[in-house]
Design a protein around this ligand. Structure first.
Ligand SMILES: *[C@@H]1O[C@H](CO)[C@@H](O)[C@H](O)[C@H]1NC(C)=O
Ligand SMILES: *[C@@H]1O[C@H](CO)[C@@H](O)[C@H](O)[C@H]1NC(C)=O
Ligand SMILES: *[C@@H]1O[C@H](CO)[C@@H](O)[C@H](O)[C@H]1NC(C)=O
Ligand SMILES: *[C@@H]1O[C@H](CO)[C@@H](O)[C@H](O)[C@H]1NC(C)=O
Ligand SMILES: [Zn+2]
Length: 441
């Protein structure tokens, strides 16, 4: 069924008079992004991180005071939508978010401070081929979910719990390369088919709590805060009873595994191999609702989208330097009690970013061969100052070097699994759940 007025009619846009609420086809989406960049070249950069199977560009618009490159101390943030091509609300929301940010810079104080303090990467569609194949107003399921090779991109990433040696799709590979190329700190991935904020882990084993039906990562408290930030700033997500109350989500949030386990998901990949905290936002009961509802979706999500970006300024950030003030890459910097299976390391500028809630933490900076520096720090603030607490570590040696940066892309949590009879029912349960609920995240 094709509803008149769902898809945008024109190719050209008068950005000044506001972006229309309609579905932008691929060409229109590219035209819009190019137009925004042309009008706001000082605060935007536009690039394609790769091509889909059918050769469509995977566009990313970057916003910031220095949009073309990383600046030391300024964290990198990203939003990705439409990785399931038939889940279309996020795709349009991100276009409206772009429009809102560029038109309110230097007039709205929050937008201005965000652009001053953050580099924001926005990818309106990770699956442009799927979107073109999707059926307008199909609320439940259509082939548009998959990429042109019929693959579900949110099952296509390396997994930390299982060997999933399928072929990595071009869209997935582009995102993997992109994650490697930037020091992303915080991210969200926009979907549809439910209304809830779901957080890592999506997969699990007894080492992460799967026997209790919840797969807990070392930063579980931070993830709960991040998910609640979105749901409580959303018009109704926090109620947890959208979509004909088939599932009730207390506070509008859920652990991914507790909802239903999946492997090869993007948010677990971000957290484990990308040093980036990502959550999955389910934003509409109907996956591809009529365009007449897009304005209401924007109204419901606008505050939450902005408040979530601010959270990139939680915790502690800084550099690791040697005695001569030279930055040291690949130093492990982690808070005690929340070590990661792939240790989080400083980037090429010696920088680290640790998302932490207010509290007291012992931070351990370790350069193998040069020892560890332990420092107790009190994180006093939320993100209200648009900056994490800043602390630099200085190693006493003249030329300190970091360790080996590589963390193998293999099921690292397999080593943690305790082999016991109790594991078997869990695996059975996992397989069953996967079959029952493949339609959502
Ligand atoms: C993974 O790849 C190996 C070697 O190519 C193959 O023997 C195995 O069956 C594959 N496993 C799965 C789950 O596809
Ligand atoms: C939601 O659940 C309540 C209580 O079980 C029930 O009365 C109501 O009809 C349900 N609403 C929908 C839309 O299913
Ligand atoms: C600090 O981190 C390193 C590397 O992860 C680890 O080997 C060491 O035991 C840690 N030190 C303390 C006191 O936790
Ligand atoms: C902002 O920073 C000041 C000074 O460091 C601190 O006293 C204040 O609590 C912070 N405010 C917020 C909202 O984080
Ligand atoms: Zn989805």
């Amino acid at each position: 069924m094709r509803a008149a007025g769902s898809l945008c009619l024109g190719l050209l846009f008068a950005v000044a008079v506001g972006l229309e609420f309609c579905y932008h086809r691929s060409q229109q989406l590219s035209a819009f992004l190019q137009e925004v960049h042309k009008k706001h070249p000082d605060i935007t950069a536009l690039h394609s991180i790769g091509q889909s199977v059918a050769g469509r560009d995977l566009w990313v618009l970057v916003l910031g005071r220095f949009p073309t490159q990383h600046t030391i101390g300024i964290p990198e943030f990203k939003y990705i939508a439409n990785m399931h091509g038939d889940e279309t609300v996020g795709r349009e929301l991100l276009l409206h978010l772009i429009d809102f940010l560029v038109t309110n810079d230097k007039s709205d104080p929050v937008v201005t401070r965000l652009i001053d303090s953050t580099r924001i990467h926005i990818m309106p569609t990770m699956n442009p081929d799927g979107f073109e194949a999707a059926t307008v107003l199909d609320c439940y399921y259509s082939e548009g979910r998959f990429n042109k090779k019929g693959k579900d991109l949110n099952r296509n990433f390396p997994d930390a719990f299982n060997s999933n040696n399928f072929t990595i799709q071009p869209e997935t590979q582009a995102v993997i390369n992109w994650i490697k190329s930037e020091t992303f700190v915080l991210s969200a991935n926009l979907h549809g088919g439910a209304v809830v904020a779901s957080y890592t882990f999506d997969n699990g084993n007894p080492a992460t709590g799967s026997l209790q039906g919840y797969s807990r990562c070392p930063d579980d408290d931070v993830f709960i805060h991040l998910a609640k930030t979105y749901s409580s700033n959303h018009a109704s997500m926090y109620k947890g009873t959208e979509c004909g109350n088939k599932t009730v989500f207390p506070d509008g949030i859920t652990n991914g595994y507790a909802w239903y386990p999946l492997q090869g998901g993007m948010q677990d990949y971000n957290y484990i191999w990308g040093q980036c905290f990502e959550i999955t936002l389910e934003l509409s009961c109907c996956k591809y609702p009529p365009a007449s509802q897009l304005q209401a979706f924007w109204n419901d999500n606008k505050a939450a989208l902005i408040e979530y970006i601010k959270q990139v300024h939680l915790g502690i950030k800084g550099q690791v330097l040697d005695r001569n003030g030279q930055p040291v890459p690949n130093v492990i910097v982690e808070a005690k009690g929340r070590e990661h299976v792939c240790p989080y390391r400083t980037n090429q500028h010696g920088e680290y970013y640790l998302l932490l809630l207010p509290g007291i933490y012992v931070i351990n900076a370790t350069a193998p061969g040069y020892g560890s520096i332990l420092k107790t720090l009190q994180v006093p603030n939320g993100p209200g100052n648009f900056s994490a607490l800043k602390y630099d570590f200085v190693f006493p040696e003249a030329s300190t070097t970091g360790g080996d940066a590589s963390c193998p892309t293999k099921p690292l949590y397999l080593n943690f699994e305790s082999i016991s009879a109790a594991v078997k029912p869990t695996l059975h349960f996992l397989a069953l759940m996967t079959v029952l609920y493949t339609v959502f995240k």
